[in-house]
Design a protein around this ligand. Sequence first.
Ligand code: ITT
Length: 200
Amino acid sequence: ARVVLATRNQGKIRELRRILAEADEKIELVGLEEFPEIGEVAETGLTFAENALLKAHAVASASGLPAVADDSGLCVDALNGMPGVFSARWSGSHGDDAANLRLLLAQVSDVPDGRRAAHFACAAAAALPSGAERVVEGVLPGAVIHSSRGTNGFGYDPIFVPDGETRTTAELSAAEKDAISHRGRAFRALVPVLHELLGA
Ligand code: ITT
């Protein structure tokens, strides 16, 4: 089945192509570059699920094809769950991973070890041009550290250590991250749900 991947985030695109190819070789992902007329979708939702559904619906109705979307972020307990849905625009400039990470590090610099719990969250949404929809979520619990380590992944990966790990998600291999990540969990759960939606 041809399904549009409704994201412009290159880090997500790399991971989602891997995760979905591994989970189901029959899903043929079409990139948004095939639909240059589709513009930015305003992420006005207050939750990951709302924003993922907004993006999936906008792209499904504009493309006429089924679409899947990812809304995700880092929720830091000591910051009352922030940056959360604002993760991509935390520093004010959308998608500036380096600036977002720098600001977050400064904001948690006084938080003692033991109070640095955080989690990555991902909502995976699927929508059809008819308006039918499904959404599932995945999380990865862990903690934020004091300075960056590692060069794999994207976004806040260099400052996040999953529970039970000593390495940051930027120090894990691609396969190691996919096996435990919020995105891996959400999109592996989405696959059977997407098939059910496409068959309905
Ligand atoms: P699209 O809306 O086009 O998908 P976006 O970058 O705007 O792209 P989001 O609003 O979902 O997407 O923001 C997600 C942000 O959360 C992303 O920019 C990262 O900073 C952070 N993030 C999400 N998953 C991550 C991961 O696996 N590792 C590190 N940071 C992650």
